[in-house]
Design a protein around this ligand. Structure first.
Ligand code: AVJ
Ligand code: FE
Length: 445
């Protein structure tokens, strides 16, 4: 959705909605009805709640707000309002059954397709509405990622399978890259489907820094563990130290030690922890502690985005590390094509101008930054998307995981969560300040 041509916008919106629904169907038909209504973790909703919530948000925004229709089932709005009911309480709500939820979501979608094809949206009204269609496609894909997290938390045999991603064809030349100091453009005012928190574009001055070429691997993280990282308060933020002590945490979520070897459970399969794969299911506190142990730190959000978007030669910010083209399969591990990150250093074709890899896809990357509005932020279209979450409670994650679809991922996209959370597909890379010499541009690359 770009050139503001109504037919292209219509086709782009329909394609994004259709792709999202195919994924939703896979995630909600590969397990039986009992598993759809069960709560697999108090951190998550029953899958059938996500399914009907997807339909309800689509009805509210595309049928009621855009097309002016009246509510199909006004009595269910409150059941599927994420702010009225915390996840832990959702199993006790009067939820639509799996059959009803599938039917409701399909009914909404049928009407949305009519709206999209219909004459009232010809011309300028479709241009106004185009954001709403993009927002709803992203919303469904975000809940598809949430449902994939629920699948990872569920016990029992595998319900999903996917081929493994391949190793890097040509590994990166260096472990870290020097990003020169200076201003760059952060955020966007032009990306059509960018959400409110990514806006507006603004200049940021960022001092020179070094950043990892690839995310931190399980192998590197195992060294931190073997060095007593979880037993040494020096490396931990005090709140993180209390948290790991209170809960007895000694390894990433889903890891378990057996006979001197670390194993992990991944979508119903238990396997040895792969040394060359980006570490997954770590909290912000764990990422922060590892970085301190390594004599480094997490990148700030601005450092992450500058590494991902800034083109020093052209002095402009790209949509993605590789340029302005939408993500293709050679650029990044996105869209649940694989059920794991690719080995560190993969996706040369997707690297940034300075050679930083895997910024998009594979694992969400924790940054040092709190989730705050950009200067000039305006809540749109509703305060509860971003604004109510701003503040020091949430840390920003960037770049998207293997579970993120390309419509919900770009160089400006911002995710956020509590620093204790690790059921999400979270990893990280590290950074360090450049020396005074390197600041003056004399550093070796
Ligand atoms: C942006 C992933 C934090 O899942 O809570 C879904 C996305 N907002 N429905 C979330 C979202 C409303 C949101 N995150
Ligand atoms: Fe939602």
């Amino acid at each position: 959705p770009d050139d503001r041509d109504p037919e292209a916008l219509r086709a782009g919106a329909l394609a994004a909605l259709t792709t999202a629904r195919e994924r939703t169907r896979l995630l909600t038909t590969c397990v039986d009805e009992a598993e759809l209504t069960a709560q697999h973790s108090p951190l998550m909703s029953p899958l059938v709640w996500d399914l009907a919530h997807i339909g309800n948000q689509e009805e509210q925004w595309l049928l009621r707000a855009v097309a002016g229709r009246t509510a199909m089932r006004p009595e269910i709005d409150s059941v599927y309002d994420a702010f009225e009911h915390p996840r832990a309480e959702r199993p006790a709500l009067p939820l639509l059954s799996p059959t009803e939820a599938h039917h409701y979501a399909a009914e909404v979608r049928g009407r949305v397709e009519d709206v999209l094809a219909g004459s009232p949206l010809r011309g300028s009204r479709l241009l106004d509405a185009a954001f709403a269609f993009g927002m709803i496609a992203q919303h469904e894909q975000q809940h598809d990622e949430t449902m994939l997290i629920t699948h990872q938390l569920r016990r029992g045999p595998a319900a999903l399978t996917a081929p493994d991603p391949g190793p890097p064809a040509s590994p990166p030349a260096a472990a870290e890259v020097l990003v020169p100091g200076g201003e760059f453009t952060m955020g966007t005012s032009t990306e059509p489907w960018a959400l409110d928190n990514e806006r507006p574009a603004h200049r940021r001055d960022v001092a020179a820094y070094w950043i990892d070429t690839a995310p931190v691997t399980c192998g590197a993280y195992l060294e931190f563990m073997a060095d007593g990282g979880y037993d040494d308060a020096r490396w931990w933020d005090p709140a993180g130290w209390s948290h790991i002590r209170e809960h007895g945490l000694v390894a990433p979520l889903f890891w378990r030690r057996e006979g001197g070897q670390w194993l992990r459970r991944r979508f119903g399969v238990t396997e040895p922890v792969p040394a060359d794969e980006p570490v997954l299911h770590v909290s912000w506190y764990e990422a922060d502690a590892y970085a301190r142990w390594a004599g480094r730190r997490l990148p700030t959000e601005a450092e992450w985005e500058k590494a991902a978007r800034h083109d020093p030669a052209a002095d402009r910010s790209r949509r993605y590390p590789w340029g302005d083209a939408d993500p293709g399969p050679g650029h990044a591990n996105l869209g649940q094509r694989h059920l794991r990150p690719a080995p560190a250093g993969a996706y040369e074709e997707g690297q940034s101008p300075l050679g930083v890899r895997q910024l998009i896809g594979d694992v969400w990357e924790w940054t040092a930054s709190d989730f705050l509005p950009y200067p000039g932020f305006v809540a749109f279209p509703y305060r509860e998307y971003s604004e109510v979450f701003f503040g020091s409670d949430h840390k920003v994650l960037r770049g998207g995981s293997f579970a993120v679809d390309k419509v919900a991922c770009r160089g400006t996209f911002r995710n956020w969560d509590y620093p204790v959370r690790r059921q999400i597909f979270s990893g990280f890379r590290t950074a360090r300040d450049a020396s005074a010499e390197e600041h003056r541009g004399k550093g070796s690359r």
